[in-house]
Structures are given as structure tokens and as C-alpha cells.
Design a protein around this ligand. Structure first.
Ligand SMILES: Nc1ncnc2c1ncn2[C@@H]1O[C@H](COP(=O)(O)OS(=O)(=O)O)[C@@H](OP(=O)(O)O)[C@H]1O
Length: 854
């Protein structure tokens, strides 16, 4: 890092000094060359339209107030530009206005040069399209005016909310009725009570880049959302008197503009009536925007821009707040502003909390050879840094883990360092789970909390989640960029810029932004040597404090875990991943464990469709072995579907033999279990799946009792679609249950080929029809048949008319959806389904177009 940049960074107050020795105090400061705190010109009080201005710096931007309808607002932008703001929730309010200046390359300058959004109210419905176009242009202009010294951009922008510090002169938003914010510092209004905390995300396709980035960021921040590919219909937007979505997001705002007028009016009406705002992203492709716009890419800068653009706005209002992003969501500052936009546009319904709990673990504090251990001076500096961090992180203390074996193993100075450290137990290596470790922790030390970076083995690390196993709360440990090796700033793997980028808006920064709880760990030696750990942590918290309104706190580990699982109760249940797909997990796993004890095939059910027969027939194949039968749950393991899941991986694997070419299990309640596809995919993502489908049968019990247990699984398409969200269609095999009953030889012979099970086993020689049973049965050695037990293949009295009519109605739309799905997947339509659909009365023809959900 050059000294000038270093000086600049220090004076900015956003970064911690690189010099060894006492770190700089963590305090806010002004940006070098840019007083940084923007000066804002007041708008017209009480007017819902005002200009908002800003900027400082050498760019000398001047902004004047703008009155609605008054023509061009006199913005003079010199080598810079401006965006306007809403009341910031997340991004530090003293940075409400972001500056876009001429091109430069270093990351620090880039931070201050970004402009992303415009909050706007505009136009009447009739003129909506036209004005949105204008808004887009405004967005672009705001992003762009760069490079055109003294270019003038006229515009009127509504100031939504106030900002603090120098921005305090902003005109407060003139809100009325249920738009009135409940507190001057939050986005919450009474309108939020009518909204679900969920976003509606329109994407171009399931694979489009920006859409995936948006979805990932929503997931990272645990914000619920529904993805929708804009097609012929809109999703249902309301239920009873509630809005299902707190904000509407368009990955490509042109899709919103080009929406057909009918759907557009429905969506707009929803947004107006429920006070829901919209976020739109400008497409990056020129052809999407039209020939009249010319974009240029500015060096490394992530935004597109169009020079010399004059913009006007008509100041008409349609009641919808829209935030436009001029670039995709891959720049960290955009991501922060996106969080603010979500909060603002959902009237506080999608506000992420600002408190962040931080735990810094120093692991293995006495482990290390002489020469790389902590000296007395290192420990003094460690403690001094702890005091400095305490100023930013309320109650901060390091959390130390040690191995007593290595205590006093260093030089004299290092041993003195050992003496100065106060130690507390610390645990790691908890995933993949070693049952013995958990037992010992519980029995010997009554451990309640630990942390791991291995679960789930997700990248990026900010997506890691916690779980509880055997009463031990396991917190996710995040990646801070410092590992178990001795690292030095000057020889940091990938270069020092890589580490600094992680700190300044990169992975480490975003991890803390996205997670309310962050646990980091690095080894002792990185607090010695050139004290890279101190630099890293102090820098990132300085940077966070500089750019966000986040607050930080450290609490004792047990309290931290309790708070974590109170905040994220849905994370308590673990999601078992296969240790076999990850080299590192294979290494950590016990050498006694083998990856061959997981099934290649799952028979999913549903019940009553012939799954027991299929299980018996598959087990006849010489290369195929099934699970051992479980006495507790009707011989099935029922691992993925219920409480057995919490018994752990060892329990599940104990049902399978160690040596087998091909392993399978059948649990007939897997098919309709909500969580089963996700769990199954996490553990056996390559497994084949068999679903047996048959006309839904009922016996002689009351329909009401059966509705949940028996009828719901028969909505085949609905459940199959859920499985297809996790598994590719090639792994899904749908077997006609009627054909299995009437002609199992044909079904089994073709199924083994589909599943690539060898050698070929001709079922014609091993199954035969038993006229007494009325079903096909196994042929045993003496040509006698062995049939399934009495509980399978029972005879039922004919169904009464009323019940039959009820079932027809119940399954009508579901069967239509199944027919469509089977066609889509390339299956022949089973005879029973054809028959059912043929009986549909003509007035119900429209059902043929119904959605899979019926
Ligand atoms: N070969 C053979 N032998 C006996 N039964 C056969 C066979 N092939 C298909 N079937 C049909 O399978 C039905 C039972 O389905 P499941 O095994 O899936 O039922 S369960 O969920 O396990 O209870 C069973 O229905 P029920 O008699 O109602 O149990 C049969 O209709």
C-alpha cells in the first residue's frame, strides 16, 4: 500500500493502520480530499418534491431546490453526480449521498464514486410508462454524468425522508395516514401490518445472473422471497386482506415497463393499495434498453453510464415508490443500499435488524513452535486491541481455546505470554459429527455450545447456518480470511489486496452485514508475527462503522447461542450433508466410516401405491440390497421425514450393509413430506428416486380422516414439482402403480435398465401370478409362490357413489396437472389417469389449463 493511500485511509477513519504497534483509535473522520459529509440544499418545505443535493469534494456540485413543475432543476454537476435518498436505515446516514466521479482505479476511490438509486414517485397511471422511462433516464443520468465537466442535469427528485448530519436539511417526507412512520429513525409505518415479510422477485429466467445475485443476497440476509419468471400470469398477490409481498423486485426493469397493460395495472394497483414499493435493475444489455440510449462502461467501475443527458420530470405522482439501480447487485455498496431500499419500500416490513453479535475465537493459543508464539509484547498489544475493539463492539472479549499439552512450550518471552492469557474451553471439529465427541462433551464437561465452519459446507461462508445436536448448540463459524497457517500481510495468499478487498466491502465485510451473529476464528500465531489478525478485525469493524449504522456486541458463548436460536428458530434441526462429497469432510470423518453405506436409490411412495411390492421385487435382484427393517416405524427408516432425522447420520447408516453394489431404502411417507426433498438432496444428491403413482384409493374409512393421510399425497403433480426443485428430472422415475400390480415383470425389467442396475435380472423367471392372492408373488426355489402379507392386496367393497364423486372432484385439477407434468417429462399417460381425465365433464375443460397446485 503506498503511503499516500495509507494516509488517506487513516484519515478517512475507515481503515486500521497497517503499522505494527498500537492501532489507530477507531473513530470517524472525514474523507481526504472530500469533506465527505455532503451539504444538502433544502427543498421546498411541505412540498412532496424537492431536490436533494450533495456532494462535496473537488467536484463542487451545487444543487438547488426544485419546485414541482418548475422545469429543470439547476443541478450543476462537475465531475460528479448525485443520487437522492430515503431515510437511511442501514447505510450510515452521514453517507447518504454517494458520489460518482471521474474514473479512477483504486478501490477506495471507487467506494465514494458510486451512485445507485433514485427514489421516485411519479406520474399518473395513464402516464406511468412514459414517466417510468423518464425515471430510468434519470437513474441513468444520475449514474452517469461523469466525465462531462460542468454538464448540467436538470431534474426534480422527491426527497423521501431525512438524513442526519449535514444532510439534516433534507425535507422530511410528507406522509399521511398509514404512511406515517412510527419513529423518526425507522421506515416502519402502519402499512407494514398489512404485508407479509416476503419479497416478490421477477427474474428473466431461473438462470439469469442478476436474478441469482439478488436471490443469494436475500438468502444471505434471511429475507424470504418468491421468484417468478414473468410469463402469462401474475402470482396471487393477496390473501384475505393481506398483501403477500412487502416489496416487488424486477431483475430487469424493462420487463416491468413492457408488461402488458392488464397485468401492469394489477401489479400497480397492488403496490398502491398496499403501500408496497418496487426495486428495478437496469439491464446491462444495450438491446434491452433501446437504440436511443448509449452506454459506456467506465473502467473497473461497476455502473454503466451515458454522458450528457438532460432529464426532466413531470412531477406527477402515482403513489408508487420505486428505486432504480443502474447496475447489477455485484458491488458491495449496492448491496447495502438494496437493504435500505427493501426496508424503505416495505414500510419497515423487510428491515434487517442493526445489532450484530460478534465472537472472535483465538484457537489453540499455546500451540506453535518456538519463534511463532505470542511474546509478552504481542499479548500486551492483543489486550490493547481488545480495549480498542471494545469501543466499537460493546462488551468485547476474545474467546480463547487452548490445548494444555502445549502450555509453556516456547521461549522465555513466549512462556511469559502464555502466563498472561486467561483461558476458557473452546471446541472445534464438530462436523461431520463424531458421535463420541458429542457424548464426551456432554458427559464430562456438560458442554452446551460450540461452533464450526464445516457446517454446512457452503460457499460463500455467510450462508452458513447453525444447528442443535444432542442438546449441544452448534453455531456457524464464518471465514475471516485467516486460517490455521501463519499468515503475513506482505505474503498473504493471492496478494495483500485480496485481504484488503475482503475487508473493504468484500466477503468478510458482507458476512458481518448479512449475519446477525458472526463467530470468527484464527490461530494464535496470527496475533503475533506481524499481527495480521489485529489488522484484519480492527480494519473491518472500522470500515463497518464507517459505512453502516450497525451496532456490535459480544456476549458470553452460551448467551450468544441462546440468542442465535431464539432469533433463528427454524435452524435448530441440522441438515445432514454427505461427508463423502467433500475432501476435507472425508478427512475429518472417522476412518471407520464408509461412504458406501448411503443409498443409491430412494423409493418415496406415496402410501398405498404398491411400494411394498416394489421394495420386495427390487430386493430380489442379486446386486441390490435394501435397508435393514426398522421395528419402530413400520419397517421403514423414515429418516428424512420425521424425528428419526434428529438421530443423526450414524443412526441412518446403521441400517445399511457395508458392502453392496446398489443400496436402496423405501419409506412411503417421503413423497409428500415438505422438508424431505431438501434433506434427501443434502445427503444423497445423486440418488435415483422412484415414485409410484396410482389412482388414489380409499378404503372403507371416513373420508375426513383420510383427507390428510391418504388424499393429500395423491396430489402427485404438486409434490413432484417440489422434488423437482431439488433433483433433476433424470433422477426421478415415475412408476405406474397399476402396471406394477398387473404386470410387474415388464415394469421391473425396464426399471432395472433405467437405473443401470447390472447384471440383467429377468423377473419373468422370478415372479408369477398367484390366483389365490390375486397378485403377482415371488417364485421360491420349489416353484412355490411367496406373496406379500395379509395386509397387502386386500379386497375392498365397492366405493359408494358419494365418496367416488367426492374423490373425482378432489383430484380433478391435480390429475390435469399430473397429465401435463408427465407429458413435460416425456412419460406415457397411465391408463387410469386417461380414464379419469376422459370422465371430466366438458364444462370443466378449463381445468386442463390449471396450475400444478390445482
Ligand atoms: N404384488 C402385490 N401384492 C400385494 N399388493 C400389491 C402388489 N402389487 C401391488 N399391490 C398393491 O399395493 C398396495 C399396498 O401399497 P403399499 O405397499 O404402498 O401400501 S403401504 O403404504 O405400505 O401401506 C395394495 O393395496 P392394499 O391391499 O390396500 O394394501 C395392493 O393394491
Amino acid at each position: 500500500m503506498s503511503s499516500s493511500v495509507e494516509e488517506e485511509e487513516e484519515s478517512v477513519g475507515c481503515f486500521r493502520s497497517r503499522k505494527r504497534g498500537p492501532a489507530l483509535p477507531l473513530q470517524n473522520g472525514a474523507v481526504v480530499g472530500s469533506p465527505a459529509i455532503p451539504s444538502i440544499s433544502p427543498g421546498v418545505p411541505g412540498d412532496s418534491w424537492s431536490a436533494v443535493g450533495s456532494i462535496a469534494d473537488k467536484s463542487r456540485v451545487q444543487l438547488g431546490p426544485a419546485a414541482c413543475g418548475g422545469g429543470w432543476a439547476p443541478w450543476k454537476v462537475r465531475r460528479g453526480t448525485v443520487m437522492l435518498l430515503f431515510r437511511n436505515w442501514f447505510v450510515k446516514r452521514r453517507w447518504p449521498v454517494l458520489v460518482l466521479r471521474a474514473a479512477a482505479t483504486d478501490a477506495l476511490r471507487r467506494l465514494r464514486r458510486d451512485v445507485v438509486q433514485i427514489v421516485h414517485r411519479h406520474s399518473s397511471l395513464a402516464a406511468a410508462r412514459q414517466v417510468v422511462c423518464i425515471l430510468l433516464a434519470v437513474a441513468i443520468a444520475v449514474l452517469l454524468v461523469i466525465g462531462s465537466d460542468d454538464s448540467t442535469v436538470g431534474e426534480q427528485i422527491r426527497v423521501v425522508g431525512e438524513a442526519s448530519g449535514a444532510a439534516a436539511a433534507l425535507v422530511p417526507l410528507a406522509l399521511t395516514g398509514d404512511e406515517t412512520p412510527v419513529s423518526p429513525t425507522s421506515h416502519q409505518t402502519a402499512a407494514r401490518l398489512r404485508l407479509d415479510p416476503r419479497a416478490l422477485l421477477f427474474v428473466d429466467s431461473p438462470y439469469s445472473r442478476t436474478g441469482r445475485d439478488i436471490a443469494m443476497w436475500l438468502v444471505a440476509n434471511r429475507i424470504r422471497y418468491k421468484t417468478e419468471v414473468l410469463g402469462k400470469s401474475l402470482p396471487v398477490l393477496t390473501y384475505e386482506d393481506k398483501g403477500k409481498f412487502g416489496v416487488v423486485i424486477f431483475e430487469n426493469v424493462m420487463r416491468y415497463l413492457n408488461m402488458d397493460s392488464w397485468h401492469r395495472s394489477i401489479l400497480d394497483r397492488y403496490m398502491i393499495e398496499y403501500h408496497v414499493g418496487m426495486i428495478g435493475f437496469m439491464p446491462t444489455a444495450q438491446e434491452e434498453i433501446g437504440p436511443s440510449f448509449r452506454f459506456e462502461k467506465l473502467g473497473h467501475f461497476p455502473l454503466l453510464f451515458q454522458p450528457r443527458l438532460r432529464i426532466s420530470d413531470r412531477c406527477q405522482v402515482d403513489g408508487i415508490d420505486r428505486v432504480l439501480f443502474g447496475a447489477p447487485l455485484n458491488f458491495w455498496l449496492h448491496r447495502l443500499i438494496f437493504l435500505d431500499a427493501l426496508s424503505f419500500l416495505s414500510r419497515g416490513r423487510l428491515s434487517v435488524p442493526l445489532m450484530r453479535y460478534i465472537q472472535l475465537d483465538i484457537d489453540d493459543i499455546f500451540v506453535g513452535k518456538q519463534g511463532i508464539r505470542l511474546t509478552r509484547d504481542d499479548v500486551i498489544e492483543l489486550l490493547a486491541a481488545q480495549d480498542r475493539l471494545k469501543r466499537v463492539i460493546d462488551g468485547f472479549r476474545y474467546n480463547l481455546g487452548f490445548s494444555g499439552h502445549y502450555f509453556h512450550h516456547g521461549s522465555r518471552a513466549e512462556d511469559e505470554g502464555d502466563d498472561m492469557l486467561i483461558v476458557a474451553p473452546h471446541h472445534s471439529g464438530v462436523y461431520p459429527v463424531h458421535e463420541e465427541l458429542y457424548s464426551i462433551w456432554k458427559e464430562v464437561w456438560d458442554i452446551k455450545v460450540t461452533a464450526t465452519e464445516e457446517y454446512p459446507h457452503l460457499k460463500p461462508p455467510r450462508l452458513r447456518r447453525g444447528f442443535v445436536y444432542r442438546g449441544i448448540q452448534v453455531l456457524p463459524r464464518q471465514t475471516c480470511g485467516l486460517y490455521t497457517t501463519n499468515l503475513f500481510y506482505d505474503s498473504y495468499p493471492g496478494g495483500k489486496a485480496r485481504l484488503d478487498n475482503m475487508i473493504r466491502g468484500g466477503e468478510l465485510f458482507q458476512t458481518i452485514v448479512a449475519n446477525q451473529f458472526s463467530v470468527f476464528m484464527t490461530h494464535m500465531s496470527n496475533y503475533g508475527n506481524d499481527r495480521l489478525a489485529l489488522y484484519t478485525f480492527e480494519s473491518v469493524f472500522k470500515f463497518l462503522r464507517c459505512w453502516t449504522n450497525l451496532e456490535f456486541r459480544t456476549v458470553p458463548p452460551v448467551e450468544l447461542a441462546n440468542r442465535y436460536f431464539r432469533t433463528h428458530p427454524d435452524e435448530r434441526d441440522p441438515v445432514w450433508e454427505s461427508p463423502c462429497h467433500d475432501k476435507r469432510h472425508r478427512e475429518i470423518w472417522s476412518p471407520l466410516k464408509t461412504c458406501s453405506r448411503l443409498p443409491n436409490l430412494l423409493v418415496l411412495g406415496p402410501q398405498k401405491t404398491g411400494t411394498t411390492a416394489l421394495y420386495a421385487f427390487l430386493s430380489m435382484h442379486p446386486s441390490v440390497q435394501s435397508n435393514r427393517q426398522s421395528p419402530d416405524t413400520f419397517e421403514e427408516t423414515q429418516f428424512f421425514s420425521g424425528r428419526n432425522y434428529l438421530r443423526g447420520l450414524d443412526w441412518y447408516m446403521s441400517f445399511f450393509p457395508e458392502e453392496a453394489d446398489y443400496l436402496f431404502e423405501k419409506s412411503a411417507n417421503y413423497f409428500d413430506g415438505d422438508v424431505v426433498p431438501k434433506r434427501a438432496h443434502a445427503l444423497v444428491p445423486k440418488a435415483d428416486l422412484i415414485v409410484t403413482a396410482k389412482e388414489a384409493a380409499v378404503g372403507d374409512k371416513a373420508l375426513r380422516d383420510l383427507r390428510n393421510r391418504c388424499l393429500y399425497p395423491g396430489l402427485y403433480a404438486h409434490h413432484l414439482e417440489r422434488w423437482l426443485q431439488h433433483f433433476p428430472p433424470q433422477q426421478l422415475h415415475i412408476v405406474d402403480g397399476e402396471a406394477l400390480k398387473l404386470n410387474p415383470v415388464v415394469v421391473m425389467n425396464s426399471l432395472q435398465k433405467e437405473l443401470n442396475i447390472t447384471p440383467f435380472f429377468d423377473y419373468a423367471n422370478h415372479l408369477s401370478f398367484d390366483s389365490r392372492k390375486g397378485f403377482f408373488c415371488k417364485v421360491d426355489g420349489e416353484k412355490r409362490t411367496r406373496c406379500l402379507g395379509k395386509s397387502k392386496g386386500r379386497k375392498y367393497p365397492p366405493m359408494d357413489e358419494h365418496s367416488a364423486a367426492f374423490l373425482k372432484r378432489y383430484y380433478m385439477s391435480g390429475n390435469v396437472a399430473l397429465e401435463k407434468l408427465l407429458k413435460r417429462l416425456g412419460y406415457a399417460i397411465p391408463a387410469w389417469l386417461k380414464e379419469d381425465l376422459a370422465e371430466l365433464p366438458t364444462q370443466n375443460e378449463s381445468f386442463r389449463g390449471a396450475s400444478p397446485d390445482g
